[in-house]
Each structure stands twice: as structure tokens, then as C-alpha cells.
Design a protein around this ligand. Structure first.
Ligand code: FEO
Ligand code: CA
Ligand code: CA
Ligand code: CA
Length: 639
């Protein structure tokens, strides 16, 4: 679901692998956390972290050609395994039925639709994080209602609304590499005490400055600090205390605002009919006329502790409300927690959050308020290659009552309008952000923006069809710095395009609409693409092929194509085991029809994936799924 209407008219992988670790005992966990922080601190001070596998950051595989076929392709010498597709049970739950006849309660115990951001959390054996056993947290961003129900959206009902809500949210599954030789396979551990679905109906807590604010109170929650559910969960983040951050992106489309929307609602794209979903017909929370404040309770970053299935998720209002793409966590020189975040819409902004308190190695998930108390900033990119983080703090930078902000709660609930007021730089759709583990440089995908008429230094192409990747280096290498230097890592494009503006400057394989972004432990940059369906293999994109994943050597600038996806899909979400030998990758919405729901009478009209590629899947509809990629010789993926 991508909103085309314009509403702005105005870790260190070593840290990642170690700090996400679970230990059987708290002492072991503490040791792991301390080990991880040491390495993280090295990286943030600009010193090289220890390279994994001794391989450095070089790319070692033969790139593959662009492809338009209905399959996933990877380079020679690699294996693909299908792990977790829409409808698969998370534990001993109900099996998927290929005619979409699973009920709403069954869907709540199965994989949701449209897999997106994802994170591997290793178990710890003898003090070492495992690369063969862990938990996977996976976002389910949205649904294709044509595929989700028998008969699609015909005879729309309460039961269909419930099933749709249960197909959203997050999965937590336990996974393990089992067997040997040719039988070596990742499996979902069933039953698992950790297996969990968080849906658009799961109760969760709200904390931070906007919790309890008048604008957060509803008929069902007069205190304004408990909300049912999370939705539009796009990309993610990993905290140093070992929890998962899931980000609410296109939440506006779920709400129906009849009549004249307020300026704040317009600024967030809340309007009559939403994006065409019909939840409001059976759940008055999504009818703005009935419950005007419910939409203020979405558009946040949600924290989940995958190791504590009984602990409710928390929405952290200190990180601001916008269409959150991801939440990439790193540590400042003094140990404060820094979170980089994009707001993915044309002409929206890049944000940074800095905690008040320092993270102390060994701290547990419940021992600090790092995401509850801190300062939100927004980026201003200056034409001379410098930039500034401007605080969105009530009482500073004209954020006061005279300008429509009565307090910090309003600044955070209407963060877009606060950012407008302080002169933030309008970007070409900020998507994922990743921190280079050796240099601490920060990379951000700007996926595309065909609505841009006037180029500026940081968004240097009008009619930006292919997007670009921008990067910045914080002053003194300190993630909490107030100023930074920036440049453009790559202008994406088609190397043979007749229009010089659309050729880009890629050293290597052509691609466009960069979205997912991930640094592996050795510092290779993995790039995933999200070319919109209406453009894929057409017009400017006719030689680019299906959505894909590439690998960049950021030192040399070389980029090679590693994976191509099936028809109509997006490739989004990736995470690796600590040894970098297993890469988990998501294929989202295979067979998506541009601008419409799939026809339930012809579910395989565009794609028959994954059943057409994996013998163990029989029949059924096209399904988003998690894949595992390994090298045949068991080595580090990408080398
Ligand atoms: Fe959900 Fe901006 O991608
Ligand atoms: Ca995305
Ligand atoms: Ca995208
Ligand atoms: Ca998308």
C-alpha cells in the first residue's frame, strides 16, 4: 500500500549479533553484552571491528543477470531454502489451506501476509551466540485482501475484518539448523515456548511524553496509555539490550475520515475511504468520526522482547509519529542510545533520536528508559555537504503554543508538522538506514520521487525515477553529534538509459528504487529493491528486471547483483546468523497486481511462487515467504 497523494505541502553487526543474544543464565548474558559493547565502541570510535571469517568486505561471487521469470535466482554455489510462508503455523497450530479458507482465529496462529523487516536473535551456547539456533522476528506489513479470503473482498464481513487484522503485525518463531550433509536444513521448532503472533489486535502499552495526552485518549482507553495492535509494520531495528523494534509505516490507510479532515489528519494522509480497506465498517476504532483519536495511536515505533512472550509490546512516543520505515540503533561515544529513522513518503524527512541516559553494558530490557526519555531531531542537509540535526523539543526552535504546539506530546504526535516548522530537508522518500560497522558512516536509501520538480544538493535529480543512496559521517565520529558531513554514495539507474539523468553512476549492475539496506559483519552493504509494480519491467525500468538484492563494496563503490525475485514481488527484509553463513531474506507480495488487489478467481494470474519453485509447497496462492540462503560449502555468504 503506497500513498501516492502528496501530504507534505509544506549497528555494528558485531553488536547486532552479540547484543541480540540470549543466554541461559543472566551472568552469561551479561558477559555477551559486555563483549558486544567493546566491539561496538571500537567501531564508533572509527577503529576497525574484527572482520568475520577473515574475509574482509570484498565481494566474491559472480553476479547474476537481471531476470523477469517467476522464480528466485541466486549466484552459482548458493542454495535456497523456503522457511516460512504466509499461513505456515508458528508452532503446533493449524496448517495452511491453499484456498485461503483458514479462519480468523487460525490466521492468528499462522504467518501473517507480506513479510518485511526481520531480525535473527541467537541463542547462546557455552557463552557463544549460536549460528544454528535462534528466534526470528518478522514484520507482516500489509495484506492482499483478494488473496487472503475465499472470494476476496466480496461479502465483506466482521470475520474478514478480523482475519485481515490477524494477518498483520509481527511473527516470533524459533528456528534451528538441523540434519547433516544433503539433509542439512533450517526448520521451525514446533512446539516452541517463544512462538508468538502480535497482530493489529494485540494489547500493548504506550510510553513516553505523549502517553496519556488528551489526543491519545479514546472511548476504550480513557487514560491514553493502552492500545490494541500494531499495523503497517515495515522495517525494524535491534536494541543493545536484545529487543526488537517494529515500525508502523502507512497506518493512515486503515482509517476512514468522512467529512473534512483536519490539517493534522491531512498532513498524515488520513482521508475518506483510507486506502480502500474496509475495517471501519466492522471496527469503529478505524472510523475517525466515531473515534477521532485512534489514528494518533498509530505511526509509532513498537518494542517487542522476543525472549519474554508474556511481556506486552510498547509503543515509544519519544521517537515521534510519522510513517516510520525503520529504526536503526547505534551507540554514541558516551553510550547514549541513538536511533536513525526515515519517514517514507515523497518530500518527508530523516530523523534521529538520542536517549537521555547511557546504555550500560549488561543492562536488561527492563532496567532502562532509553526509548522513553530523550530528544528527537530532524535532518537539515546543507548545499555545502554539511548538515545539522535540529531538535524537535517544545520551547526550542519556535515549537511553542503560538505556533500550534501546546507541549511536547503535540510535537511528537504531529512530528511532521513540527519538522516542517524547523525547516527540515524534504527528501526523496527515506527508507532503510544502516550504519557501517567499521567507519560508523550512516547510509540511507531514498527510493524514488517522480514528483520532485526542483532538485537540491541532497536530492539532486528532478523526476527521480531510480532513487539514490545518501550517506553521512557524524562530527567526531559521535552518533550523538549535532552536525555531520554528507555525500551521495550512488545515484541509481539503468546504465543504458538514453536519458543521462536516469543512467545514474553505478559501478556495476543496474538497479533502481533501493529500499532494504543491511551491513553484514564484515561491512558489505546489501541493498534490496522495491520497484513499484506499475513500473516493473516497463518504461524506464524495462531493462532492470524483477525486484532484486545486490551487494556493494562501499570502499570501491562496486555493486553486484546477488538475487532476483519472482514476478510482481518486492525483496525486503534480511538478517544473518552471527557467523554470516546463513542469510534470511524475505520475498514480499509475489504476484502483486499494480494498484489493485489480486483477483481471488485467478490467484495465479501473475505469479505461482513459491509452489512453482519449491516441491514441498503444493498448489495454493502466491505467498510472501522467508528464504534462507547458504553457500554450498558452508562459507560466509557474499564472499
Ligand atoms: Fe514499507 Fe517504505 O516501505
Ligand atoms: Ca520498505
Ligand atoms: Ca519501498
Ligand atoms: Ca513496498
Amino acid at each position: 500500500m503506497k500513498d501516492d497523494l502528496l501530504s507534505n505541502d509544506s549497528a555494528n553487526p558485531h553488536l547486532e549479533q552479540l547484543l541480540g543474544a540470549r543466554a541461559a543464565g543472566s551472568a552469561t548474558r551479561r558477559q555477551i553484552l559486555q563483549a558486544g559493547l567493546g566491539s561496538a565502541a571500537l567501531a564508533f570510535f572509527g577503529l576497525p571491528a574484527q572482520a568475520a571469517g577473515g574475509g574482509g568486505s570484498a565481494i566474491g561471487f559472480r553476479p547474476i543477470a537481471a531476470a523477469t521469470d517467476d522464480a528466485v535466482r541466486v549466484p552459482e554455489g548458493y542454495t535456497l531454502q523456503l522457511l516460512y510462508a504466509w499461513g505456515d503455523p508458528i508452532s503446533l497450530g493449524p496448517a495452511f489451506r491453499g484456498d485461503a479458507s483458514n479462519s480468523a482465529p487460525e490466521q492468528a496462529e499462522q504467518a501473517g501476509m507480506h513479510h518485511d523487516g526481520m531480525q535473527f536473535f541467537p541463542f547462546v551456547n557455552d557463552g557463544r551466540p549460536s549460528s544454528t539456533h535462534g528466534l526470528l522476528c518478522i514484520n507482516h506489513e500489509y495484506t492482499d485482501e483478494g488473496l487472503l479470503h475465499v472470494g476476496g473482498t466480496a461479502a465483506w464481513s466482521h470475520a474478514k475484518t478480523l482475519k485481515s487484522q490477524n494477518a498483520h503485525g509481527i511473527s516470533v518463531i524459533e528456528v534451528q539448523l538441523r540434519g547433516g550433509g544433503s539433509e542439512l536444513r533450517w526448520q521451525i521448532v514446533r512446539p516452541s515456548a517463544y512462538a508468538r503472533r502480535i497482530t493489529a489486535r494485540t494489547p500493548m502499552r504506550i510510553d513516553g511524553p505523549a502517553a496519556g495526552a488528551v489526543d491519545m485518549r479514546t472511548r476504550d482507553d480513557r487514560r491514553g496509555n493502552v492500545v490494541f495492535g500494531t499495523l503497517a509494520n515495515c522495517a525494524m531495528g535491534l536494541t543493545p539490550w536484545g529487543t526488537y523494534l517494529s515500525c508502523e509505516e502507512n497506518f493512515n490507510g486503515y482509517f476512514n475520515a468522512s467529512g473534512t479532515p483536519t490539517a493534522a489528519q491531512r498532513r498524515y494522509g488520513i482521508r475518506e475511504g483510507g486506502s480502500g480497506l474496509r475495517w471501519h465498517e466492522h471496527d469503529s476504532r478505524f472510523d475517525v468520526a466515531s473515534e477521532p483519536n485512534e489514528a494518533n495511536r498509530f505511526g509509532w515505533v513498537v518494542e517487542v522482547d522476543p525472549w519474554q512472550p508474556g511481556r506486552p509490546p510498547v509503543k515509544h512516543t519519544a521517537l515521534g509519529r510519522f510513517k516510520h520505515e525503520g529504526a536503526t540503533v547505534t551507540l554514541a561515544s558516551d553510550g547514549r542510545v541513538v536511533v536513525y529513522m526515515g519517514d517514507d513518503e515523497a518530500f518527508e524527512y530523516i530523523y534521529k533520536y538520542v536517549s537521555r541516559d547511557r546504555f550500560i553494558a549488561g543492562s536488561s530490557a527492563t532496567s532502562g528508559r532509553w526509548l522513553e526519555v530523550g530528544t528527537l531531531y530532524v535532518a537539515r542537509f546543507e548545499a555545502d555537504g554539511r548538515g545539522q540535526w535540529v531538535a524537535l523539543q517544545h520551547g526550542q526552535n519556535n515549537l511553542n503554543e503560538a505556533n500550534g504546539f501546546a507541549g511536547q506530546a503535540e510535537v511528537l504526535i504531529r512530528a511532521r508538522q513540527a519538522a516542517d516548522l524547523v525547516g527540515a530537508t524534504k527528501m526523496d522518500r527515506p527508507e532503510w538506514i544502516a550504519v557501517q560497522p567499521q567507519s560508523g558512516e550512516v547510509y540511507c536509501t531514498l527510493t524514488n520521487n517522480r514528483q520532485r520538480v526542483t532538485a537540491d544538493a541532497a536530492n539532486p535529480r528532478a523526476d527521480n525515477a531510480f532513487g539514490h543512496i545518501i550517506r553521512w559521517r557524524e562530527d567526531a565520529g559521535d552518533a550523538a553529534a549535532g552536525r555531520f558531513s554528507w555525500d551521495i554514495f550512488v545515484l541509481c539507474g539503468d546504465s543504458q538509459h538514453s536519458d543521462a539523468n536516469k543512467r545514474g553512476n553505478i559501478r556495476g549492475d543496474s538497479f533502481g528504487s533501493p529500499d532494504g539496506l543491511f551491513f553484514d559483519r564484515a561491512g558489505r552493504l546489501w541493498i534490496q529493491t522495491d520497484v513499484p509494480g506499475r513500473l516493473m519491467n516497463h518504461g524506464d525500468y524495462q531493462r532492470i528486471g524483477n525486484n532484486q538484492m545486490l551487494v556493494a563494496d562501499v570502499a570501491s563503490g562496486e555493486i553486484r547483483r546477488f538475487l532476483t525475485g519472482p514476478s510482481g514481488c518486492e525483496i525486503t527484509g534480511l538478517t544473518a546468523t552471527p557467523d554470516s553463513c546463513n542469510l534470511f531474506v524475505n520475498v514480499q507480495h509475489p504476484g502483486e497486481v499494480p494498484g489493485a488487489r489480486s483477483d481471488p478467481a485467478r490467484p495465479l494470474a501473475v505469479s505461482g511462487w513459491p509452489a512453482n519453485q519449491f516441491a514441498e509447497v503444493t498448489g495454493g496462492r502466491p505467498r510472501s515467504a522467508t528464504l534462507v540462503i547458504r553457500r554450498r560449502d558452508g562459507g560466509v555468504v557474499g564472499t
